[in-house]
Every structure is written in structure tokens, then in C-alpha cells.
Design a protein around this ligand. Structure first.
Ligand code: GAR
Length: 211
């Protein structure tokens, strides 16, 4: 069973889909720790309802981003976590964090990377930027985390149509429903089965059993 740790900051709908997939057996793993950057994140309640250990670590309680990242490394190492999922985590960590868990941290980003990503592109801002540009298609990306924001090897992507009358909120909802909530649990499930390999910064998904 894969030991999974999660970092969250907000509502936790992605975390909920991951919990559901663990509970149904689609993800062959166990969520051993959920850490929130905010004490008010509803994601914490979702974890508690499922008897998952929760912790709150706030950036402002540490002297620097580096010290915060080091505390998170220690937290997950102490729990022998094998995969860390950033499920709506809104803080950019120091590169020491990615270096500590190479190709073992997954992030969900609400756009088709390399569009609308990097510093400042998070949450609703991503959808505001997509609408401001007038793209006809957007989507979501699951990728491994490296030392730069939204930069590591891409694991899965799914496209979603933009409608003429979309608001940032309506587009966010459609991207979650049609892309994020599907590809994030799927990518974690593939990882748990040992089917994700990284060659020269590109991901290959190995075929499963032919049934
Ligand atoms: C999701 O849309 C996620 O892709 C995005 O924030 C939302 C969190 O929702 N993440 C980022 O923008 C990270 N850069 P959730 O808390 O309901 O999962």
C-alpha cells in the first residue's frame, strides 16, 4: 500500500476525490497525513471525517520559506510518506522540498501547462487569465513537482471547452468536474501501481495487465 501525504490550502474537492478513490480501492494506497497551510481550510474537515491525521503548518509561523519547506520535509519523512499530492496547495515551496522527494510529489494545475501557469497563476486567477486571453479550450494538468513552479514532468492532461458566457467561477467548476477530479485520482492510482516512469523529464505510462 502506497503511503500518501497531502498538502492543501482550501476547500479540498480534489482531496475528497482522492479519499473516495482510496476508499473504493481504485487507489491502492493510504492517506497517512493531510497538512494544511491554513487552519480554516475545509479540506481539514474532509480528512477528519475519514479518520486521516491532520496538521496545520502556516508559512507565517516560520522564519523563511526555506525553514517552512524543511519542516514539511521532516513531517513527511517521519511518516514514511512515499507520494505527496498537492491538492489545491497555494504556497510555492523552496526547491529543497522538491529535491527531497524527486518524482514523488504530484501537483494538479487548473490549466493546460505550459499555458497560464507559474507564479501568480493559482485558483480562480488561472481561469480569469484564460478568459481574458479568449482561449476556446483549457483544462487541467497533473505533473511531478520540481524546483520551479508548475514546471516538472507532465503526467496527465485533459482538455475542457470554454463557453462564450463563462465566468471564472463557471469555468473553474467545469474544469474541476470534467478534468481535475478525473485525472488526479487516475494519476495517483497509476503511480501506486508502479506504472509511471520518467525518462529525460518526460513521463511514460506503462501498460497495465491485459484483461
Ligand atoms: C483547484 O482548481 C486546483 O487545481 C487549484 O486550486 C483549486 C483547489 O480546489 N490549484 C492551484 O491553482 C495550484 N496552483 P480544491 O481545494 O477544491 O481542490
Amino acid at each position: 500500500m502506497l503511503r500518501i501525504g497531502a498538502l492543501v490550502s482550501g476547500g479540498g474537492t480534489n482531496l475528497q476525490k482522492i479519499i473516495d478513490s482510496v476508499n473504493s480501492g481504485d487507489i491502492k494506497g493510504e492517506i497517512v497525513s493531510v497538512v494544511s497551510s491554513s487552519p480554516n481550510a475545509y479540506a481539514l474537515e474532509r480528512a477528519k471525517k475519514n479518520n486521516i491525521e491532520t496538521s496545520v503548518l502556516r508559512l507565517r509561523d516560520f522564519g523563511s520559506r526555506r525553514e517552512y519547506s524543511e519542516a514539511l520535509i521532516k513531517h513527511f519523512r517521519e511518516r514514511n510518506v512515499e507520494l505527496i499530492v498537492l491538492a489545491g496547495f497555494m504556497i510555492i515551496l523552496d526547491p529543497v522540498f522538491a529535491d527531497a522527494f524527486p518524482n514523488r510529489i504530484m501537483n494538479i494545475h487548473p490549466a493546460l501547462i505550459p499555458s497560464f501557469c507559474g507564479e501568480g497563476f493559482y485558483g480562480l486567477h488561472v481561469h480569469e487569465a484564460a478568459l481574458a486571453k479568449g482561449v476556446k479550450v483549457t483544462g487541467a494538468t497533473v505533473h511531478f513537482v520540481d524546483g520551479k513552479a508548475d514546471n516538472g514532468p507532465i503526467i496527465m492532461q485533459k482538455a475542457v471547452e470554454v463557453m462564450d458566457d463563462d465566468t471564472p467561477e463557471s469555468l473553474q467548476k467545469r474544469v474541476m468536474e470534467q478534468a481535475e477530479w478525473i485525472i488526479f485520482p487516475k494519476a495517483i492510482s497509476l503511480f501506486a501501481e508502479g506504472r509511471i516512469k520518467v525518462y529525460e523529464n518526460k513521463v511514460k505510462i506503462l501498460k497495465g495487465d491485459l484483461k
